[in-house]
Design a protein around this ligand. Structure first.
Ligand SMILES: *[C@@H]1O[C@H](CO)[C@@H](O)[C@H](O)[C@H]1NC(C)=O
Ligand SMILES: *[C@@H]1O[C@H](CO)[C@@H](O)[C@H](O)[C@H]1NC(C)=O
Ligand SMILES: *[C@@H]1O[C@H](CO)[C@@H](O)[C@H](O)[C@H]1NC(C)=O
Ligand SMILES: *[C@@H]1O[C@H](CO)[C@@H](O)[C@H](O)[C@H]1NC(C)=O
Ligand SMILES: *[C@@H]1O[C@H](CO)[C@@H](O)[C@H](O)[C@H]1NC(C)=O
Ligand SMILES: *[C@@H]1O[C@H](CO)[C@@H](O)[C@H](O)[C@H]1NC(C)=O
Ligand SMILES: *[C@@H]1O[C@H](CO)[C@@H](O)[C@H](O)[C@H]1NC(C)=O
Ligand SMILES: *[C@@H]1O[C@H](CO)[C@@H](O)[C@H](O)[C@H]1NC(C)=O
Ligand SMILES: *[C@@H]1O[C@H](CO)[C@@H](O)[C@H](O)[C@H]1NC(C)=O
Ligand SMILES: *[C@@H]1O[C@H](CO)[C@@H](O)[C@H](O)[C@H]1NC(C)=O
Length: 479
């Protein structure tokens, strides 16, 4: 059997003949021993990860060493500073005004066209550098989810879960979602081969059950959108097929975490795609150590855009966040809202008229929205050149000039508002109003917001053309 055939059998039949990766026993001692706890990379292939169940790592925390390698991965050469816009594809001309097949049919009940429909044998393997780097990014994401979803279950007591409104059945559901991640990590590893990135050690921002769940609704948001951004650009349709089947699950996870956070389960009509560098920018700050010889990524890390008055999802009157300043637990891009606010301001234990409470529920109305058109949004942003990510070995960068616009990326749109500078690294804007179709407001839910030097027109299939114009990237909490 050829290598590729063998691979597709492993992927599709979930063959258990593959050698499992055994997790190294982790017993954490003093700081100086942390390096010894970085999971040992497993050489060999194919792989089924954690066949006998995953146990959350016993160490989570920051990286304390000095990076030996820095910067994103590079190819043999880089051919231009950016991609030049081009004309439409000359073959993109099909139009059907008849409503019936216009071309000879290759077989009964089989209209002409499509990709991978002419009988070629599928090959479930990345097919280009673009595919490899995109799926490798996806795998970094699956690994953190595997550890993160397990971590809260291990970290918090049953009493803390019950107090946060999450009973035993809810915890079982989270455990099921955690276990889904070992399947996703296996799938992506198999599509990459022997240089698939390995699991790392993570540094999480939360201290309460609510903050953990909030962090998971943010993390799965950029995990999902990070995939929608590249899935239809992949060279390998076969890889895209399998990836779609795992990201459909991730989308369900995001909604469940929204419900457990007491947010409206769905605020929007469309979930959009984000370029890989946005997802990597959001993910990297939470990865502290990766094993020796870890496969590095080519994607850019943008400077962080801090939203000083991002809505606190735990307030029954979220607009009060603006009077109280920054209510994020930390400084990282997807850090959750602070949950340890006075009970008198919290929506968590409210009973009374619908529209204000935010305990876990199938659905909530927000009588006072988390944000609204016209809200004045206060920003600060980091200068480039900061060490982030695994072993602090990536460096934030921007290719843009000075910031002039705020870009709001959500649904089918990327829309802009004007940035007013109040200092070298601070400014404000007003949340714009805009609609997709009908009364479906563009700005809603958990979304990406960027500072740019240009209000470049981009659409869902060419969003990455904006990257050379990005000054800083943040995550906005609307709803
Ligand atoms: C099927 O289509 C692929 C391109 O999509 C092409 O490379 C291949 O030659 C085609 N096979 C046949 C039998 O026509
Ligand atoms: C990260 O740091 C750990 C501990 O110092 C080290 O064992 C590991 O090789 C480093 N990983 C990379 C990718 O440099
Ligand atoms: C890392 O790569 C070096 C050079 O290829 C090799 O000698 C070493 O054994 C590798 N380490 C691990 C843990 O795979
Ligand atoms: C939100 O808070 C700001 C600052 O206190 C206030 O000026 C504004 O009127 C409030 N807006 C709404 C819609 O509550
Ligand atoms: C926001 O508050 C958190 C928690 O106090 C702090 O760590 C962070 O630095 C603050 N961020 C900004 C931009 O002030
Ligand atoms: C919830 O919101 C919808 C639409 O905004 C509204 O029609 C409905 O009356 C609200 N339901 C309750 C119970 O507040
Ligand atoms: C802003 O930048 C200018 C030019 O780089 C510098 O001279 C000035 O000191 C900076 N101001 C502040 C408040 O950092
Ligand atoms: C948002 O995108 C939709 C679909 O392309 C378009 O119809 C609508 O006009 C856009 N809205 C704005 C405010 O750009
Ligand atoms: C956001 O979505 C919620 C729920 O669908 C809706 O009630 C609200 O009006 C939307 N906000 C905006 C600004 O469109
Ligand atoms: C992106 O695509 C749209 C068409 O959907 C086009 O009008 C726009 O110019 C493109 N943007 C760039 C930067 O190429």
């Amino acid at each position: 059997m050829s290598y590729a055939r063998f691979l597709s059998v492993v992927v599709l039949a979930s063959a258990v003949c593959a050698a499992p990766v055994e997790r190294q026993e982790q017993s954490f001692g003093p700081d100086s021993q942390i390096s010894a706890q970085v999971p040992t990379p497993t050489v060999g292939y194919p792989v089924v990860v954690y066949e006998n169940g995953y146990t959350s790592a016993t160490y989570h925390g920051p990286y304390t060493g000095t990076a030996t390698v820095t910067g994103a991965a590079n190819g043999p050469e880089t051919l231009a500073a950016s991609i030049a816009p081009g004309p439409p594809n000359p073959t993109a001309t099909y139009y059907n005004s008849e409503g019936v097949p216009l071309n000879p049919m290759p077989a009964p009940y089989t209209p002409a066209g499509g990709l991978g429909t002419n009988g070629t044998l599928p090959r479930y393997m990345v097919e280009s550098d673009f595919d490899f780097e995109s799926i490798a990014l996806g795998l970094y994401q699956e690994w953190i989810e595997l550890d993160l979803f397990h971590d809260g279950l291990a970290r918090f007591s049953d009493a803390e879960f019950t107090a946060a409104g999450l009973g035993p059945e809810a915890r079982s559901l989270i455990e099921f979602m955690a276990n889904q991640e070992s399947g996703h990590a296996t799938l992506l590893t198999n599509m990459l081969g022997e240089r698939a990135p390995k699991e790392c050690i993570y540094n999480y921002p939360y201290t309460t059950v609510r903050e953990w769940v909030d962090f998971m609704q943010r993390l799965t948001r950029f995990g999902e959108s990070g995939v929608w951004g590249f899935i239809n650009h992949l060279d390998s349709r076969e890889v895209g097929q399998l990836l779609a089947q795992s990201i459909a699950t991730e989308a369900r996870q995001q909604q469940v975490f929204r419900q457990m956070s007491g947010l409206t389960p769905m605020d929007v009509w469309f979930e959009n795609g984000w370029p890989q560098s946005w997802a990597w920018t959001m993910l990297a700050p939470y990865i502290s150590y990766c094993p020796e010889n870890q496969t590095r990524l080519v994607w850019q890390n943008f400077p962080t855009l801090h939203i000083l008055n991002n809505a606190n999802i735990n307030r029954f009157s979220p607009n009060d966040t603006s009077q109280n300043g920054n209510e994020t637990v930390g400084d990282r891009i997807a850090d959750p809202s602070l949950s340890t606010i006075p009970d008198s301001a919290s929506c968590e234990y409210l009973t009374g008229p619908p529209g204000y409470a935010c305990e876990p529920a199938v659905a909530h109305n927000k009588s006072e929205p988390l944000s609204f058109p016209g809200k004045k949004i206060l920003f600060e942003w980091d200068a480039p050149g900061q060490a982030v990510g695994p072993n602090n070995s990536y460096v934030t960068s921007t290719n843009a000039g000075s910031p002039k616009f705020v870009a709001w990326s959500n649904q089918l749109n990327l829309t802009y508002s004007a940035l007013t500078l109040t200092g070298n690294n601070s400014g404000f804007t007003y949340q714009p109003e805009g609609y997709v179709y009908g009364d479906d407001g563009i700005i809603n839910g958990t979304m990406a917001v960027l500072l740019t030097d240009l209000d470049l027109y981009v659409t869902p299939f060419n969003t990455s053309m904006l990257n050379p114009h990005v000054v800083a990237l943040g995550m906005y909490q609307a709803g």
